[in-house]
Design a protein around this ligand. Structure first.
Ligand code: F6P
Length: 544
């Protein structure tokens, strides 16, 4: 069943929200007038607590946001998503990354064929491979145990696996992970410089196996490898993950060393598939399974919970409230753990490649805002970088604060300091500091009246800045899977309501085409393709 194609601006709830956005939402007053605000606006599910009470909403706004989800046909859309309907219409594909983590046959079908058995077979192959590499049963061409694994891929074939491997560093089994993504030769050579071909496993991950960056990097790596080994040795140290089996074979990779991907899993949602082989190798097959189990737990929560208690739905609706009615242009992701330092870059692709669209599902240019700008950095580092702008700048930046009750290494003193900052920041962003407070603070410091008057405007914090606190018991493979799946579904819900196709990425294709022609101009003696005068002169300068 196709998704409905109605513009959201025609929904009754959209109009209601539009008029509600004229009201002022003062968080201080909203908390004072409702002692149950936290209970009303928080969701607790096993090891996850999502507190969205510090957002610029009241019961009326929340009600209309929930109505918006209903009017947009979200219930049917979720069904279509999980059952494998071809909701990626411009590419004629289903969107079934949820089937990759399903432990039961949920009747997800592509072209009337159940995908469950196929997925399980590949999952077993992934686990067996990871176990063999970790145990040393699978060895390099030199007969040695692997010490390093290098993932060669870009975009979804890099960001997701890299983010997870980084996030689960605590759980790593001993094989050191590396990621080569940028076609920047310095990135490749810098990585290779400390690696030994006799003990390094290479995973070439490319759904299409045509991506210029990945193939260029893979060729450079293979050439480097062949300086020490023979072509026949490639099969021991190189593995590929792709849908394009013939191109992989042409590259020289053994048939047995090819892990399939599926055209019904978008690159940016593929970390749960064989694209996540670097994860399974790095943290072991059990932890990889736990990651999938966590994601499945969130899938079940998303599929079965009422919208008002549904974490991805609520996060998506809040995002729409700020983006479409409160003129916010971006949203920040602030994890209070260094392990999640790559979460924001990962979510940038997941969200912005999905919902950065300006044509609706009927092919018409939209007259409302769609995808937001996503950015962020872990706290407390970010407090010393960009928090000034969130506190006192001119822009509204709703922020997700992600924290954990326990630290992994168990240094409770550090963890208490870290979390004190987590709680203090959301409170400070909400409360701000009034003129009176600043005045008495400066007075107590012994400042003269004149000095106080001069400094006062700079020291006032308006407050009323919205945050959502996501508090999780512990960073484990399972909770991480749950967290990532929560954001995946948030992106889906927003795309459904914005009436756009979230699972294609035509915008990225133009750059790919243009770069090919430009490369010809750089590498031939004459510039043959027509360019504007700025580009022509820049090319001449580069070539000179
Ligand atoms: O950035 C565009 C894109 O197509 C992404 O969607 C994808 O994750 C990435 O390129 C890499 O593509 P591939 O896995 O086919 O090499």
């Amino acid at each position: 069943m196709p998704l409905q194609t109605q513009s959201p601006v025609h929904y009754k709830s959209w109009k209601e929200l539009s008029s509600l956005s004229d009201k002022k939402y003062d968080l201080g007053k909203l908390f004072a007038s409702n002692s149950k605000r936290f209970d009303n606006f928080s969701i607790h599910n096993e090891d996850f607590l999502v507190d969205f009470s510090k957002n610029l909403i009241d019961q009326d706004v929340f009600k209309q946001l929930l109505n918006l989800a209903e009017e947009a046909g979200l219930k049917n859309a979720i069904k279509a998503y999980f059952e494998g309907d071809k909701i990626n219409e411009t590419e004629g594909r289903a969107v079934l990354h949820t089937a990759l983590r399903s432990s039961k046959n949920n009747s997800a079908k592509v072209d009337d064929k159940d995908v469950f058995e196929d997925v399980q077979a590949v999952l077993n192959k992934i686990k067996t491979f990871a176990d063999q590499v970790n145990s040393g049963n699978r060895r390099s061409y030199a007969g040695k145990k692997f010490t390093d694994v290098v993932n060669i891929g870009i975009g979804g074939s890099d960001l997701g696996p890299q983010m997870i491997v980084d996030a689960l560093a605590y759980y790593q089994k001993g094989i050191k992970p590396h990621f080569i993504s940028n076609v920047d030769g310095d990135h490749v050579l810098e990585t290779l410089k400390n690696l030994n071909p006799e003990t390094t496993l290479f995973l070439i991950v490319s759904k299409s196996f045509t991506t210029q960056e990945t193939l260029t990097n893979a060729n450079t790596v293979r050439d480097w490898f062949l300086e020490s080994a023979t072509k026949a040795d490639v099969k021991h140290n190189f593995v590929a993950v792709s849908t394009n089996i013939s191109a992989v074979e042409d590259f020289g990779i053994d048939k047995d060393n090819i892990f399939p991907m599926y055209d019904w899993v978008g690159g940016r949602f593929s970390l749960w598939s064989a694209a996540g082989l670097s994860i399974a190798v790095s943290v072991g097959s059990k932890n990889f399974q736990d990651l999938l189990d966590g994601a499945e737990e969130m899938d079940m929560h998303f599929k079965t919970s009422d919208f008002k208690e549904n974490m991805p739905v609520v996060l998506a609706l809040l995002g729409i409230w700020y983006n479409n009615f409160m003129n916010a242009e971006s949203e920040a992701i602030i994890p209070y753990t260094q392990y999640l330092q790559k979460l924001a870059p990962y979510l940038q692709q997941a969200s912005m490649e999905s919902n950065g669209k300006s044509v609706d599902r009927a092919g018409v240019k939209v007259n409302y805002q769609t995808g937001t700008i996503v950015w962020g950095e872990p706290g407390t580092n970010s407090q010393h970088a960009f928090f000034q702008l969130i506190h006192q700048g001119t822009k509204l930046i709703p922020s997700d604060f992600i924290g954990f009750k326990k630290s992994l290494h168990g240094n409770s003193n550090h963890h208490d300091i870290l979390m004190a900052n987590y709680f203090a920041q959301t409170e400070a962003l909400m409360k701000g500091k009034s003129q009176d407070e600043v005045h008495s603070e400066l007075k107590s410091q012994g400042l003269e009246v004149e000095e106080i008057q001069k400094l006062l405007p700079f020291k006032v914090f308006e407050g009323n800045k919205p945050t959502t606190s996501i508090l999780i018991d512990e960073l484990t493979p399972k909770s991480l899977g749950k967290l990532v799946a929560m954001y995946e579904h948030k992106i889906f819900v927003q795309g459904v309501i914005w009436n756009i196709f979230s699972y294609d990425q035509w915008g990225v294709e133009l750059g790919k085409q243009l770069a090919k022609n430009t490369l010809k101009d750089i590498q031939s003696s004459q510039i043959k393709n027509p360019h504007d005068s700025s580009t022509t002169e820049l090319l001449n300068y580069y070539k000179s």
